[in-house]
Design a protein around this ligand. Structure first.
Ligand code: SF4
Length: 119
């Protein structure tokens, strides 16, 4: 018999291991030269809605196309006080290094960025 607390912990550890593996895979895709749509930025609601609608057409597990459509970079976009990074985005979950934007839901790094950055 599996004690529920242990079962929950095991599930949580499994999730984080999956996040780590997936984050490495995503990083390797981007380092390998995957071209993503980093311009134009989603400055207005119409552009945000457009990108979100494209993301909703992508299968939840198709992370490569999510990277492309959301315009991911391995570095903050912009400079100085205007720099946009996952770390300063309202969708970033610090303790999990994870993007909780419903259309993305994927592990990221604090210094990555995408066109949907929001404060
Ligand atoms: S929405 Fe925010 S946290 Fe998610 S990938 Fe884009 S910049 Fe990072």
């Amino acid at each position: 018999m599996v004690v529920p607390v242990v079962e929950n912990l095991t599930r949580r550890v499994g999730r984080f291991m999956h996040d780590d593996d997936l984050r490495v895979e995503l990083q390797s895709l981007l380092k390998g030269g995957l071209e993503t749509k980093i311009e134009p930025r989603a400055w207005d609601q119409a552009k945000v809605d457009f990108i979100l609608s494209r993301l909703r057409e992508i299968d939840a597990g198709d992370y490569e196309n999510k990277l492309v459509e959301a315009g991911f970079t391995l570095y903050p976009w912009g400079e100085g006080d205007d720099a946009q990074s996952c770390e300063t985005c309202m969708y970033y979950v610090v303790h999990r290094r994870f993007c909780e934007l419903p259309e993305l839901m994927m592990p990221v790094e604090a210094d990555w960025s995408c066109t949907l950055w929001r404060i």
